[in-house]
Design a protein around this ligand. Structure first.
Ligand code: PHE
Length: 443
């Protein structure tokens, strides 16, 4: 086997991981849920979830990846626990599953970039979304998005993913800042900020049982945990820099982009008098699109906005494809471009139902969110915390000047609080799936 690839620079690794983390979750979920769940009061809960649960969990994935220098399945065997490869298989399957419909949404975004320039959705944004979000249209653009993902991954770690994300992540931040400054000048922006961030403890306490699991789930999804992405990216680290500080940078940047997206989207909606009381697809493709349709120069602004969304989605999608590609590169003698094309095509095929009918997309997403993701994160935490244990601690402390005390705090947090958080999330997910009936596919 030829020598395994590595990141050229430490910044390259960090930016690639931030690119993976910053995605649709930050732009179309985070700002709206924050506003709905109590503004800055929710932000505090989210920060606790991210630092107390997300950070220990991302460290657990980094430890496995960097120590083993192998794909998410074989890593477990390399560390001496062959049977635990099952956790890697679960993560890989989860990534596979999620990418299939993530790419459909990526296709919609492509459509909206063009639609902003031509004004195609300006007449009736809701009807337009209905037309393009399912059927042949969606299928073709799903294929185009997947082709872009394959193209980048085929180029490899240093020449593909690292170069691309080094360009992508700064562009996301710069364009979002520019859009936020512009949004600030809109009449009525102040109300948007108030809606987004003013503390509302009543909203927080009234919905606590919904908010806490959401904050935990969002922390996992947003940090791309539980799908082998962070294990895989960490496996290309060449050297022993501090995983603590790298993770903290990633977590902080990821949250920053979510807040920044809120500073664009909510003033925009309020300035146009559009009800922001929705999240998910409708929020971005209907409400936000309506605002662009009504604004002077809406074409240009809409274009830049959807370009940001596209770049964010792409840099996340490549991390998902890389999980499976990495496994095949480590295990077969096919070339990376052949592997990327082959596996990308299979994932495309799995996404066909989601492209054809949004009910399938919702079903795929629900299953991923409520079952696959938490289960996979749980497997990783139990492994790192209780099975691998001490060597994990040693690996974590390598390259860091943090003391043993901080490391032990991490290990025990992972073993207890984080696992409890995941189990809680899983139980709630089970309710949605089995009691609520969400597990039944929409045939
Ligand atoms: N973190 C991404 C987001 O917030 C989603 C994602 C999940 C990306 C898993 C890669 C892997 O949208």
């Amino acid at each position: 086997m030829s020598e395994r690839e590595t990141w050229a620079t430490r910044a390259g690794f960090i930016l690639a991981a931030v690119g993976s983390a910053v995605g649709l979750g930050n732009i179309w979920q985070f700002p709206f849920k924050t506003a709905q769940f109590g503004g800055s009061s929710f932000l505090v809960v989210y920060l606790i979830a991210v630092l107390g649960i997300g950070l220990p969990a991302i460290l657990a994935e980094f430890v496995i990846g960097r120590k083993a220098n192998l794909n998410t399945i074989d890593a477990f065997e390399k560390l001496g626990y062959r049977n635990w490869r099952i956790v890697g298989v679960l993560g890989l399957a989860t990534g596979f599953w999620i990418l299939s419909y993530y790419s459909v949404v990526g296709g919609w975004v492509l459509r909206y970039i063009a639609g902003s320039l031509t004004g195609a959705y300006f007449g009736d944004p809701a009807a337009y979304f209905g037309q393009v979000s399912a059927g042949m249209d969606a299928l073709v653009l799903h294929a185009v998005f997947m082709a872009l993902v394959i193209g980048i991954v085929a180029l490899g770690i240093e020449d593909g993913i690292e170069k691309a994300t080094k360009l992508m992540v700064p562009s996301i931040v710069v364009i979002l800042i520019a859009l936020a400054v512009w949004a600030f000048t809109l009449p009525g922006a102040g109300e948007g900020y108030a809606y987004f961030l003013s503390p509302n403890f009543d909203a927080l306490t009234a919905n606590f049982t919904e908010i806490v699991p959401f904050a935990v789930g969002q922390a996992f999804f947003s940090l791309s945990l539980g799908m082998g992405a962070m294990i895989t990216y960490a496996s290309y680290i060449d050297g022993d820099e501090s995983l603590f500080s790298d993770s903290l940078t990633i977590v902080v940047l990821n949250t920053f982009v979510g807040v920044l997206a809120g500073l664009v989207v909510l003033p925009l909606l309020f300035a146009q008098g559009i009800d922001p009381n929705t999240s998910g697809a409708g929020a971005v493709f209907v409400s936000v699109a309506t605002a662009f349709a009504e604004l002077p120069a809406g074409n240009i602004l809409g274009f830049f906005f959807f370009v940001v969304v596209l770049v964010a989605a792409l840099s996340s999608a490549i991390s998902l494809l890389e999980v499976v590609v990495s496994w095949a590169v480590d295990n077969t003698s096919y070339s990376r471009p052949v592997i990327a094309t082959g596996l990308g095509s299979v994932i495309f095929a799995l996404g066909i139902p989601s492209a054809w009918d949004t009910a399938w997309l919702t079903w795929f997403d629900t299953l991923a969110y409520q079952l696959l993701l938490p289960l996979s994160v749980l497997g990783i935490l139990v492994f790192v915390g209780w099975v691998y244990g001490r060597p994990a601690l040693a690996e974590l402390l390598k390259g860091s000047n943090a003391g043993e005390g901080l490391g032990l705090t991490w290990l025990w947090t992972a073993r207890t609080v984080v696992i409890a958080g995941v189990v809680g999330t899983l139980i709630l997910g089970f309710q949605t799936l089995f009691v609520g009936g969400a597990i039944v596919p929409p045939f």
